[in-house]
Each structure stands twice: as structure tokens, then as C-alpha cells.
Write a protein that binds this ligand. Sequence first.
Ligand SMILES: Nc1ncnc2c1ncn2[C@@H]1O[C@H](COP(=O)(O)OP(=O)(O)OP(=O)(O)O)[C@@H](O)[C@H]1O
Ligand SMILES: Nc1nc2c(ncn2[C@@H]2O[C@H](COP(=O)(O)O)[C@@H](O)[C@H]2O)c(=O)[nH]1
Length: 188
Amino acid sequence: MSNKIIIITAPSGAGKTTIVKKLLSELPQLSFSISATTRTARENEVHGRDYYFLSLDDFHQKIDDNAFAEYEMVYAGKYYGTLKTELQRIWDKEKVPMVDIDVKGALSIKEKYHTGVLTIFIAPPTLDTLRVRLSERGTETQASLEERLGKARYELSFSHEFDEIVVNDDLETAYTAVKKLVTGFLGQ
Ligand SMILES: Nc1ncnc2c1ncn2[C@@H]1O[C@H](COP(=O)(O)OP(=O)(O)OP(=O)(O)O)[C@@H](O)[C@H]1O
Ligand SMILES: Nc1nc2c(ncn2[C@@H]2O[C@H](COP(=O)(O)O)[C@@H](O)[C@H]2O)c(=O)[nH]1
């Protein structure tokens, strides 16, 4: 298999992680690209499964070593990045990295790797829906929720830069649309 990459991006709360998890459970050709981050682990998150949780010093060292395919300061002064070694680890298994990252990071990878990259933007039906979903997920403080919603307005203006846009209103409908795009890209 050639070195393909699938990127799913969206404003926080649009549902990309929900869709990505289901794709990973149904398509064994895919493997989750584990990002590095300087944010602290949430309850139930495991180092090396959900993220590589790094100290700020370690993250800076990897920036200096040019170890990232892309990285961004995404929220609350915390860095998130896709390690080149992570993409290679997945390609070495003859699988396709499933990359779940923010909009700017997605645009960087698209620009850097050009061919063999499928980019899908998951759009929320409305900004109000995002607020409800993030509140009900129960992971955000009032301040972090407002930060994510503020960024969402900006990120939505980049949706046209991606190969495909899928609106996640009804989850099953959105998932079916994304799966069709992914299997088409994988050549099935
Ligand atoms: N179509 C949908 N209808 C209703 N709720 C949904 C739908 N899709 C996802 N959700 C719920 O919305 C919340 C946000 O979804 P999810 O965590 O997948 O978003 P995300 O885009 O990955 O956010 P983040 O970037 O912050 O990780 C979750 O609680 C999820 O169960
Ligand atoms: N640019 C990157 N963005 C990333 C990466 N890994 C995750 N993310 C995005 O960060 C936010 C917040 O995630 P959370 O786990 O704190 O809720 C979310 O939008 C992710 O998609 C990455 O490597 N690079």
C-alpha cells in the first residue's frame, strides 16, 4: 500500500472523534495516528493510546529536532502535533494513518504531503449545536467552551479548503457518508 493519509478535521465538538472511532472499529486498514500533546491527560486517557503526553521541554525539543509533520498550539496554550515517526510507524504496518487534528494542522499536512491525502471536514449543523454537544460532553469549563466556540467560527471559514465537507447532523447519515468517502479513497 502506498503512503496514504486520511485526515478528519472539524471545529471542536462537531463529532470527528465519534466518527473516527467508528471508522477504526470497522476498517482494519486504518490505524489511529496518536498525536503528541502538552495538555494533561483526562480521566481514562492512556499515554501511547490516546496521546503521547509530553512535557513542554520534550515538545520543544521535538520541534527543534524537526520531528513533527505538523504542530499547533490548539487550545489553552497547549501544543498538539503529529510526529513523523507516528506516520511512519503506521505505514510500516502497511496501514493508513487516520489523523484527527485541528483545521490549521490539517491544512499543513495537506500542503506538505500533497498526494495520497484525503481531507474531510466535519461541519456542525449550527454553532448552537456545537455549544450543546460540548456542554453535554462534560469535558469543558465555561472558559474552555467559549474558547472552542470562538475558534469554531474562524475554522468554519476554511471548510472549502478540504476535499470533502460532511455535515454531522444525524450521526448515522454523516457516518455513512464519511465511510463511503474513506472506502472509495482506500480503493474498495
Ligand atoms: N450527530 C450527533 N448528534 C448528537 N451528538 C453527537 C453527534 N455526533 C457527536 N455527538 C456528540 O457530541 C460530542 C462531541 O463529539 P466529539 O467528541 O466526537 O467531537 P470532536 O469534534 O472530536 O471534538 P474535539 O475536537 O473537542 O475532540 C460527544 O459527546 C458526541 O457523543
Ligand atoms: N494540529 C493538531 N491538532 C490536534 C492534534 N491532535 C489533536 N488535535 C486537535 O486538538 C483539539 C483538542 O483535542 P482535545 O483532545 O484536547 O479535545 C481537537 O480539535 C483535536 O482534533 C495534532 O496532532 N495536531
